[in-house]
Design a binder for this molecule. Structure first.
Ligand code: ZN
Ligand code: ZN
Length: 345
């Protein structure tokens, strides 16, 4: 049972991938987004499809939003950010505390390398800024919605979203060895990316090749900690970040069900190689949790979302601790008193 005084996460969406997803029974699973709730405040990690609506359904209020943390620039993690920023502004009119922090990756710096299988060179979109980070994302969002935003600022005297959100790109200056093409997750100690009176948030680079930079986040509070892997292949940096964490939320992919969709062997091999480099099987997620000594493991960003719930139980082969496969809008405590570690190996 989770009481309202316990620090907890609410799974706003648990599906991974750029589609409108359903689970094995056909019920919708919304896109990846997680609320970290501490006291009266909540923090949003990723803004997948439906995040704003789901936050509202969970009873989370925009004036209580303490920060937004974006793991990487894939659209399944960002697509509902416009609704949070533009619709959320109406709830924020009378917010007295300062702007809401938005933390995420900086610009990739150069275009993703062209696949060796490419027959010709495609034309990049937005060639003047083809790989923006979160600052470029907000600039683009404001530009795309300028007519609406300016209408409201000038006619309704609304507060500008530029003054409502304070966007920061994670500085990798102190991290040695990072290269977006060849070394997306060099070994590193967690770096602090945010702190207020309730939480300290640290981050590491993860292995979501060729998407880079991509981050995992950990929230430490007086009462417990939660670590969210973001999208990643099995990654030692996640083990480091999640050391003894009270709850690890790790992404998971079911390769078998994906493999069954391909009849062309070359395509199958290429697709499987890509997924293995960028994502984590349930068994490997269990291994990561066990190595980190995580007190509890939950799998989310389920790919594909319609895989049978049993396949995710594979995590248990490597992780003897408590395992949860949450549905949307489930509540999981990360209070330190939750279940003593049985997997601290
Ligand atoms: Zn994703
Ligand atoms: Zn991704």
């Amino acid at each position: 049972m989770t009481t309202t005084s316990e620090p907890r996460i609410i799974t706003l969406g648990t599906a991974g991938g750029p589609r409108w997803w359903a689970d094995h029974s056909g019920a919708p699973r919304f896109g990846i987004a997680t609320a970290v709730v501490v006291g009266e405040r909540w923090y949003l990690v990723d803004c997948g499809d439906g995040a704003g609506h789901q936050a509202s359904a969970a009873g989370l209020k925009m004036p209580d939003l303490g920060g937004i943390f974006l793991t990487h620039m894939h659209s399944d993690h960002l697509v509902d950010l416009p609704s949070i920023v533009l619709f959320g502004a109406f709830e924020l009119k009378n917010r007295m505390s300062g702007p809401i922090a938005v933390v995420g990756p900086g610009d990739r710096g150069r275009l993703t390398p062209l696949s060796p299988q490419a027959a010709s060179t495609p034309r990049a979109v937005a060639p003047e800024r083809p790989t923006p980070g979160v600052m470029g994302l907000f600039d683009g969002l404001f530009a795309a919605f300028a007519t609406d935003i300016n209408d409201r600022i000038f006619d309704s005297l609304a507060r500008s979203p530029r003054d409502t959100f304070d966007v920061t790109e994670i500085d990798l200056g102190a991290v040695s060895g990072f290269d977006p093409d060849t070394a997306v997750s060099p070994p590193m100690e967690p770096i602090e990316v945010f702190r207020d009176d309730l939480v300290t948030v640290t981050a590491v680079l993860v292995s979501h090749h060729p998407m880079a930079p991509a981050f995992a986040y950990r929230f430490d509070t007086d009462l417990g900690s939660v670590t969210i892997s973001g999208d990643t292949a099995p990654c030692d940096n996640v083990v480091r970040l999640a050391r003894d964490t009270d709850l690890l939320l790790h992404e998971a992919i079911d390769l078998d069900i994906l493999a069954a969709q391909y009849t062309d062997t070359d395509m199958l091999n290429a697709t499987m190689a890509h997924h293995r480099r960028s994502h984590t099987t349930p068994a490997d997620a269990g291994r990561i949790a066990a190595r980190a000594g995580a007190k509890r493991l939950a799998l989310h960003h389920l790919v594909p979302s319609y895989a049978h719930p049993e396949v995710w139980r594979d995590a248990q082969t490597a992780y003897p601790g408590p395992l949860t496969i949450p549905d949307d809008l489930d509540i999981l405590s990360f209070a330190r008193s939750v279940q003593p570690a049985s997997a601290g190996v």
